[in-house]
Design a protein around this ligand. Sequence first.
Ligand code: GRF
Length: 211
Amino acid sequence: MSDAVRIAILISGHGSNLQAIIDAVEAGRLPGVTIACVVSDRAGAFGLQRATRHGLPAIHFPYPPRSAGQAARRMRDAELADLLERHGVQWVVLAGWLRVLSGQFLRRFPNRVVNLHPALPGQFPGLNAIERAFQAYRATSQAGLPGETGVMVHLVPDESVDAGPVVAMESVPIYPDDTLESLTDRVHQVEHRLIVDALSKLLTEHRQPAT
Ligand code: GRF
């Protein structure tokens, strides 16, 4: 069996975590990992430009609108799995992908879908997690005391939102003089490191021959 592990990175926007993974691969910090393709459900996602700049296949993969119904969207998930398989993808990394993938998709990559979420396990699943953590701190904090949020990387076993076996997590302090912007920057810095560490751990384990 080849040592190389082919990953797809799914994004919906800015792609700063995608960039962190690309940089790590190019710097040899994820040995044996190949980025087979980058996929965005949004045409204007800046991450697609990042991928193109680095010579990676950058694919805009639009979804039908919500009004098309659940069945149409699930069918699109199956087509996404087909696309990834055509690119020889073994692992799927959700790095700012803002969709819940169906069980049908997940079963095509069992235990091989990884999600990055900017909060600690069980806290603030869904969109705008950093903002919600910041607001919760503001609403409950006692004067002068720091609070805590964090980052986690987890496997995606089913359609639960931002939940699953944790691969890596790290807490991030919230300081009384933080703004949403300063907290967001701090969380993103941790994300950029943690996603690479988690992939290193997962994919290195994956490459180890069975004993
Ligand atoms: C990250 O905070 C990620 O955890 C969340 O969406 C954001 C994407 O940022 N799911 P970017 O596109 O990687 O810059």
